[in-house]
Design a protein around this ligand. Structure first.
Ligand code: PMP
Length: 351
């Protein structure tokens, strides 16, 4: 490797994703997937993909899918940007909208990809501490900045930022791009997309990976006024990347058309989350209030790394972060009721 590349590589912090174990017998509660799978209409749509669709390049504008997202959000297609998962949409956002002299602000405990992209795309950033109770204090975002990025609900805490705080943030920073990453919004929050008409500095990012159970498909979207979206399109076009393949477009269209399946799965996840919250408290855990499809909890009497390891030995995978302030927490994705029962039984044995 040349000196240049090895020097560059050594400066980057690699992102370590959650484990994707191969063994089927594992209870996998570590990467916030949705246990119910997509609507049956999605599988039909995928199976119905024709040879003539596959042999051609996909519609570079994904017009039909953009129109479907736009209709769902009460926006126009010019206010929608699509990418291969919200990770790609976020990466384009860093490149197109967040690189300025003044720093980008985001919570010190949030999606661990944010510092990774900041370094990769040389975006100057400044983490803003959460309050002691892990809520976001929007008044703490007072440093001069050119962008603010907040996951809502936050990850890995699951804590929701109320809509009025987002409005306050937008009002206080009219010159900054305010990005709300709504990967988990469908499990208990109210989307900020309704604020787009009033705020030209707001970009909302969503994904079909979680609430629509399509993590394997890689489809994400950004919503905002046309000039912001135009910035993203320019970066995307410079990469010569198509928004997504024909199968992903078909699958996502079918998913958006089956609102009943979507609602039913979200409701089931929320009901299981509430039950999990109660059982964990009964087992002595301190649990943060979650509006997402995962729970962030710590046990005052037991070391989180040890609980993590003991669960792993029993074939149950949760997420452990060895980071300051959260190294006594476990992040537990909400699975089916049966999977959670296995978790509870294992915890009762371990504790
Ligand atoms: N934002 C947050 C806060 C996430 O937790 C994730 C998933 N790990 C993503 C974005 C990316 O999701 P995807 O690329 O599957 O859309």
């Amino acid at each position: 490797m040349s000196r240049f590349w090895s020097d560059l590589a050594s400066q980057l912090t690699p992102y370590v994703p959650g484990e994707q174990p191969k063994a089927e017998r594992l209870v996998k509660l570590n990467t916030n997937e949705n246990p119910y799978g997509p609507s049956p209409a999605v599988l039909e749509a995928i199976a119905g993909t024709s040879a003539s669709e596959l042999k051609r390049y996909p519609d570079p504008d994904s017009s039909a899918l953009k129109a479907a997202f736009a209709e769902r959000e009460g926006l126009t297609p010019e206010q929608v940007f699509l990418g291969n998962g919200s990770d790609e949409v976020l990466a384009h956002t860093f490149q197109a909208l967040l690189k300025h002299d003044k720093p980008l602000l985001f919570p010190d405990i949030s999606y661990s990809f944010y510092p990774v992209w900041s370094e990769l795309y040389q975006v100057n950033y400044q983490p803003v501490p959460l309050r002691d109770d892990f809520t976001i204090d929007v008044d703490a975002y007072s440093a001069p900045n050119s962008g603010i990025l907040i996951p809502n609900p936050n990850a890995p805490t699951g804590v929701l930022l109320p809509r009025e705080d987002i409005v306050r943030l937008l009002g206080a920073h009219p010159e900054s791009v305010v990005v709300i990453d709504e990967a988990y919004i469908d499990f208990g929050g109210e989307s900020a997309t309704a604020l787009i008409a009033e705020h030209n500095n707001l970009l909302v990012i969503q994904t079909v990976s979680k609430s629509r159970s399509l993590a394997g498909m890689r489809v994400g979207a950004a919503f905002g006024q046309a000039p912001l979206i135009e910035g993203l399109v320019r970066v995307k076009d410079s990469f010569n990347s198509y928004p997504m393949d024909v199968v992903a477009q078909r699958a996502t269209l079918a998913s958006l058309a089956d609102e009943a399946w979507f609602r039913q799965c979200c409701d089931k996840v929320v009901a299981t989350r509430e039950r999990t919250d109660k059982v964990l408290r009964d087992l002595g855990f301190a649990v943060l209030p979650s509006a997402a499809n995962f729970i962030f909890a710590r046990h005052p009497g037991h070391d989180a790394a040890q609980i993590f390891a003991a669960l792993r030995e029993r074939g149950i995978v949760v997420r452990y972060f060895s980071k300051p302030r959260i190294d006594q927490f476990l992040r537990i994705s909400i699975g089916t009721d049966e999977e959670m029962d296995e978790l509870f039984a294992a915890l009762a044995e371990i504790l």
